[in-house]
Design a protein around this ligand. Structure first.
Ligand code: FAD
Length: 337
């Protein structure tokens, strides 16, 4: 089987899920990595070191910015001569965009956010969560090439083999596009939840510390946000000690406690860390949709009936304002920080 893997990057900085996709492709035989951009030859070298056998490199100033039309035209024009059976993309915003546009150009379909791939009768069968992660569906695409995006951290990252190399083929860019990138602005919060191995998340409960007295002059809403921000400092400290990222429920984001970049769930980020600690989060279905594939879930909630405990491996029934700082101190000691 001929497998191509699109290496997603932002200005030359790859997303680790790209290497996970290379590792998955190796299960089916030789892997060709697709590297598009400007000044991205170092990425091609890295692709070999993570297991690619061949790299198709379109290195052109016209591809400096990701524009799906240009990238999809470049990719689809290569498919006609390279005839891959399977094209894999990491499930990132760019990966999804490009997979969909490429599928349209190639008259194929896309299976999004697969968490397992198997070979059955010569066809790749993808397993993906449906109904907010409550069920796993198996599906294959009857068109060729099959186009599948893979959930980040759902597959192991292949071993890095420094010095490993392969066949580098330079290919032309097809850069015509109606869109032009005017510039970039960093999102508030600047967190990379999808790559994090550990996430400590806070919910509405993080604002619920009556022991704190807000500064004078704040109205009720401002006092709530002030309390929540003190609470999220505790969440952030625990995340920092564990070398993880800070997440949040939508209720916390909508209430203005933390920026949207932290939101986990159906309308936020879908995450699969090794460890997810949910603090003061009830476990609504839309939140679970974003984190139930975490390898180990710990829930801290003062309501023993909270639905989050149904998906948690470890549950602590109690006040997060006592438990979270105690955990931070214990981890500091244990980790020598
Ligand atoms: C279309 C749609 C999309 C949505 N998308 C998302 C999404 O992407 N992500 C998401 O999270 N939600 C999403 N939601 C919202 C979701 O339905 C819930 O409203 C939200 O997840 C609730 O957030 P929460 O658990 O923080 O708040 P709550 O449900 O209010 O829970 C707060 C919890 O904190 C606990 N608590 C309170 N004080 C303490 C304390 N001192 N110590 C310990 N525990 C305490 C309480 O017992 C309670 O369980 C979506 C909803 C809709 C309709």
């Amino acid at each position: 089987m001929k497998t191509w893997v699109y290496i997603d990057h932002f200005q030359g900085q790859e997303l680790p899920a790209s290497w996970e996709a290379v590792g998955v492709g190796k299960k089916f035989g030789l892997v060709t990595a697709i590297v598009f951009g400007s000044g991205v030859e170092p990425l091609a070298k890295k692709a070999f070191e993570y297991g690619a056998d061949e790299v198709l490199l379109a290195d052109d100033p016209a591809l400096a910015d990701f524009r799906p039309e240009a990238f999809a035209s470049t990719l689809s024009s290569l498919v006609s001569s390279g005839t891959p059976d399977l094209i894999l993309f990491p499930t990132t915003a760019r990966g999804r965009d490009l997979a969909a546009m490429t599928a349209i150009d190639l008259n194929s379909g896309v299976i999004v956010d697969a968490v397992a791939l198997d070979l059955e009768d010569g066809k790749v069968v993808a397993t993906r969560p449906v109904f907010g992660g409550k069920l796993l569906a198996k599906m294959a695409c009857s068109a060729s090439p099959q186009i599948i995006t893979l959930r980040g951290r759902a597959f192991p990252k292949p071993e890095h083999q420094p010095g490993r190399s392969g066949t580098l083929t330079k290919v032309p860019a097809k850069a015509e596009a109606l869109t032009r990138v005017e510039g970039y602005a960093a999102t508030e919060g600047g967190v990379s939840l999808t790559d994090a191995g550990i996430i400590v998340s806070g919910g509405r409960g993080v604002s619920n510390n009556p022991a704190l007295t807000p500064p004078a002059g704040l109205d009720e809403k401002q006092a709530e946000i002030w309390r929540a921000q003190q609470g999220f400092k505790l969440i952030g400290e625990l995340a920092a000690v564990l070398g993880g990222a800070m997440g949040a429920s939508r209720a916390a984001v909508d209430a203005g406690y933390v920026p949207y970049a932290h939101q986990v769930g159906q309308t936020g980020k879908i995450v699969s860390p090794d460890l997810y600690i949910a603090c003061g989060i009830s476990g609504a279905i839309q939140h679970l949709a974003g984190m139930r594939s975490s390898k180990t879930i710990v829930a801290i909630n003062k309501d023993a009936e909270a639905p989050i405990f149904q998906v948690a491996r470890y549950g602590v029934v109690g006040d997060l304002f006592q438990i979270v700082p105690a955990l931070t101190e214990a981890f500091k000691k244990r980790l020598g920080k």
